[in-house]
Ligand binder design. Structure first.
Ligand code: ADP
Length: 397
C-alpha cells in the first residue's frame, strides 16, 4: 500500500510517497514559492532529481505537478495515481476537538477552518492541501494528522493557564503543544529502543531544532510539553524566545512605541539564539562557530539554550516522579555532540552517565549513556513523515 504524505505551508508543499510494505521512501520533493513568482518543484526519486519551474498560483496546481512527477516516465515511481491508497496530511491545529488522527470529512474541514485563528500561517495552507487532493484524486481518502494531538492527553493542571477561566471557555486559550507527531513518534521509539514497559515507560523527548520543544510522557501518553497556545512558549529556539514574563512585552511596547503584534513578531522571529547572540544567526552551527571564535554573546546564547533544556528535564522528571529514558532528536538533538553532552552534565543528580565515544555520533539511533547510567539516554532521529504515513495506514486499512 502506498501512502502520500503532505506537509503544506503557506507558500510551500513538501511530500513523500512511502511504500508501507517496507516503509521505504519511493519519492520525495518540495514545491516552493506557491502563489508567488518563481514557483518551483524539486522531485527526487531513484537517486535522480527533476526540477520543474512553472507557475503554481495555488496548492491545486502544485498537487497536479506532484502527481505528474510521480507518474513521469523517467522520474516517476508509479504508473497511475490510483496506486496511492491514501494521503496523510500534517495539520497544525485541531483545537480542542481532535486528539486523534482522523479521516477527513466535511466536519474535519470545518474544524480546521475554525482553528485558522489558532494556526494562522499553517491551518489555511493545510486545508488548501486537503482540498487540492480531493480535487486531484477524487475518492482517495485524506487523513488529518494533527500536530496538537499528542498534547491533548495532558491533564487540566498541565494545560490550563492561570488566567481567568472564562478565556478558556470563550476562546479555548490553553496549552496545546506542537511538534506532536515528532514527540509521539520518538517517545514510542524510545520505549522500544530502551526496552521499557510500553504502558509505564517514563520518557522525556528533547526535540531540539530551529523550533525546539520538550515533552514528558508515560507509556507514550503526554504528561506535559513545553510549547503552549502557540509554539512560542518553552525552550529557547533559533528565533523564538521561549518562556518569558509577559511584562517584557509591555515594557518593550512602551519603551519602543510598538504595538503588541510587533513585539510578538520580535519574540517569534528575532529572539532566541539569534537575538541573544546580538544577531549572529538563528542557526546553531553558526552560533557554535562564533563561540569558538570568542564571541561572548554567542557563548551566552548557547549556554542559556542548554540551561533551559536542563531545567525542563528537571521539571519533567518531577512531573512524572522519575524518568526512564531521555531521547534527543531533530537537527541539534541528533547532530550537536557538544550540546548533548553539556545538557547531560546537568543531570548527574539523576544518575545520568554519558559514554563520550557513543555520544560522538550523528543522526542515527544510538544509546549514548553508559551501561550503569540510571537513566537511558539516546539519540533517536525523528521521522514525522513516517509517523504520518503509519497513522494514515492505520485509519484507512
Ligand atoms: P526545523 O525543522 O525546526 O527547521 P531542524 O530540526 O532541521 O529544524 O534543525 C535545524 C538546526 O539544527 C539548525 O539550527 C542547525 O544548525 C542545527 N544543526 C544541524 N546540524 C548540526 C550540527 N552538526 N551541530 C549543531 N547544530 C546542527
Amino acid at each position: 500500500m502506498k501512502v502520500l504524505v503532505l506537509n503544506c505551508g503557506s507558500s510551500s508543499l513538501k511530500y513523500q510517497l512511502i511504500d508501507m510494505e517496507n516503509e521505504s521512501v519511493m519519492a520525495k520533493g518540495l514545491c516552493e514559492r506557491i502563489g508567488i513568482d518563481g514557483s518551483k518543484l524539486t522531485h527526487k526519486a531513484n537517486d535522480k532529481e527533476m526540477v520543474v519551474e512553472q507557475p503554481m498560483p495555488k496548492h491545486t496546481e502544485a498537487i497536479s505537478l506532484v502527481m505528474k512527477a510521480l507518474v513521469d516516465p523517467e522520474y516517476g515511481v508509479i504508473t497511475d495515481t490510483k496506486e496511492i491508497a491514501a494521503v496523510g496530511h500534517r495539520v497544525l491545529h485541531g483545537g480542542t476537538v481532535y486528539s486523534e488522527s482522523i479521516v477527513v470529512n466535511e466536519d474535519v474541514k470545518r474544524v480546521i477552518r475554525e482553528c485558522f485563528d489558532l494556526g494562522p500561517l499553517h491551518n489555511p495552507a493545510n486545508l488548501m492541501g486537503i482540498e487540492a487532493c480531493e480535487e486531484a484524486m477524487p475518492g482517495t481518502p485524506n487523513v488529518a494528522v494533527w500536530d496538537t494531538a499528542f498534547g491533548m492527553a495532558m491533564d487540566e493542571k498541565a494545560y490550563l493557564y492561570a488566567i481567568p477561566h472564562e478565556y478558556y471557555e470563550k476562546y479555548s486559550i490553553r496549552r496545546y503543544g506542537f511538534h506532536g507527531t515528532s514527540h509521539m513518534f520518538v517517545s514510542g521509539e524510545a520505549i522500544k529502543f530502551a526496552g521499557l514497559d510500553p504502558e509505564k515507560g517514563k520518557v522525556i523527548v528533547c526535540h531540539l531544532g530551529n523550533g525546539a520543544s520538550i515533552s514528558a510522557s508515560i507509556g507514550g501518553k503526554c504528561v506535559d510539553t513545553s510549547m503552549g497556545l502557540t509554539p512560542l512558549e518553552g525552550l529557547i529556539m533559533g528565533t523564538r524566545s521561549g518562556d518569558l514574563d509577559p511584562a517584557v512585552v509591555q515594557t518593550i511596547c512602551n519603551k519602543e512605541g510598538k504595538d503588541v503584534n510587533e513585539v510578538l513578531n520580535i519574540l517569534n522571529k528575532k529572539s532566541g539564539v539569534l537575538g541573544m547572540s546580538g544577531g549572529v544567526s538563528s542557526d546553531f552551527r553558526d552560533i557554535e562557530k562564533a563561540r569558538e571564535e570568542g564571541n561572548h554573546l554567542a557563548d551566552v546564547a548557547l549556554q542559556a539554550f542548554i540551561y533551559r533544556v536542563a531545567k525542563y528535564i528537571g521539571a519533567y522528571t518531577a512531573a512524572m516522579n522519575g524518568v526512564d529514558a531521555i531521547a534527543f532528536t531533530a537537527g541539534v538533538g541528533e547532530n550537536d555532540i557538544k550540546s548533548r553532552k553539556a545538557i547531560c552534565e546537568y543531570l548527574g543528580y539523576l544518575g545520568v552517565k554519558i559514554d563520550d565515544e557513543a555520544n560522538n555520533c550523528r543522526g542515527k539511533n544510538q544509546m549514548i549513556s553508559t551501561a550503569d547510567s540510571k537513566v537511558k539516554v539516546m539519540i533517536l532521529p525523528t521521522n514525522e513523515e513516517l509517523a504520518i504515513a503509519r497513522e494514515t495506514l492505520r485509519l484507512v486499512k
